[in-house]
Design a protein around this ligand. Structure first.
Ligand SMILES: [Zn+2]
Ligand SMILES: [Zn+2]
Length: 330
């Protein structure tokens, strides 16, 4: 064979299939954007590979209401229903598309949607660190707060949810999806919380539960997460970070209760930038979750946005989500 036809044949045989199989990032829908106190809009994000409709949620503070708002905003528009079925798009996504829940910690604002939707939900796993799963079963699925829909704890166990304990730092396949997850423990004012690294092919997103800054929590857990993902950030394989900011920067450290402010988030992102060799965060989408709804006439979003913009010397792309927003990060 002449060199050019041979090159072409090699391209078709080797390069094309790789290109076709190449990952195309993640789709994320915000089902609950805030960290309290507004019931109906609490921490929950629907995450799936762009090229596969099987999803999980990172936290589940709000589920059905988040799906309703997402549908009203057209963010579930491409979901095709089973022909002849009476199910709604909200019902279809809840029971058919969501293949499991990743729970960062058992605080009510991260699990309320899951608990109240459970009677009409489908069978699926709940993934969490052992301490988080134990708190879920002991505090909610105990036949007093709520029937026990899990496969652990008080009899009778209804076994709708299979509780899967994640070992810290170990990649675990997410059943019935093409994703895998690695859990990293976080310190949240005396409670163990979690950051989940969710991967599909070569792509990854990182979803944080509530966390305090290392300096205030007197530990290194946030720093350890950055060290674990630094190489992926360097290689631009990490497509987005979802992380909390609960208060504006004027909040005293003694009153953070295991949460971040814009000042502390920027300081921590600098740690990640250093670990990734510098200049690695330019353009990286960072979704700022868990801002608290305020009972004053002014919501804190504008001030938090201004504080982040003013301090953003890393070129990070900060996104303050609203419920029902959808993004494709690639
Ligand atoms: Zn919270
Ligand atoms: Zn919390």
């Amino acid at each position: 064979m002449q060199p050019w036809p041979r090159l072409l044949a090699t391209f078709v045989a080797v390069v094309l299939p790789v290109a076709v199989q190449a990952a195309d990032g993640f789709d994320i829908v915000s089902l609950g954007a805030l960290g309290g106190i507004q019931d109906g809009n609490l921490s929950a994000h629907l995450i799936r590979p762009h090229d596969d409709d099987r999803a999980v949620t990172c936290d589940a503070g709000t589920l059905v209401n988040g799906l309703r708002v997402a549908e009203e905003r057209g963010s579930l528009g491409d979901v095709r229903l089973t022909p002849g079925s009476a199910e709604s798009r909200v019902g279809h996504v809840l029971t058919q598309r969501i293949k499991g829940y990743l729970i960062t910690h058992a605080h009510l604002d991260h699990v309320a949607g899951l608990v109240v939707a459970s009677p009409d939900d489908s069978k699926k796993p709940i993934y969490g660190l052992a301490s988080v799963n134990a708190a879920l079963v002991d505090n909610y699925f105990n036949w007093q707060a709520w029937p026990n829909f899990t496969d652990r704890g008080k009899d009778p166990q209804l076994k709708k949810y299979t509780m899967v304990d994640l070992a810290p730092g170990v990649a675990t396949p997410l059943r019935d999806t093409k994703m895998r997850v690695t859990a990293f423990p976080l310190s949240h004012g005396g409670v163990e919380s979690t950051a989940f690294l969710i991967e599909s092919d070569n792509d990854a997103v990182l979803c944080f539960g509530d966390t305090g800054p290392d300096a205030v929590e007197k530990g290194a857990r946030l720093g350890d997460v950055w060290l674990a993902v630094a190489e992926r950030v360097k290689q631009r394989r990490l497509k987005a970070i979802l992380i909390e900011v609960s208060y504006t920067s004027d909040r005293p450290d003694a009153q953070l209760f295991g949460h971040l402010t814009p000042k502390w988030l920027m300081a921590s992102l600098h740690d990640l930038d250093r670990a990734a060799g510098g200049g690695a965060l330019a353009g990286l989408p960072v979704i700022v979750t868990h801002i608290k709804y305020s009972l004053t006439r002014e919501q804190p979003q504008k001030k938090i946005q201004d504080e982040l913009s003013a301090a953003n010397d890393l070129g990070v792309r900060f996104i303050l989500p609203s419920q029902g927003s959808r993004w494709h990060f690639r």
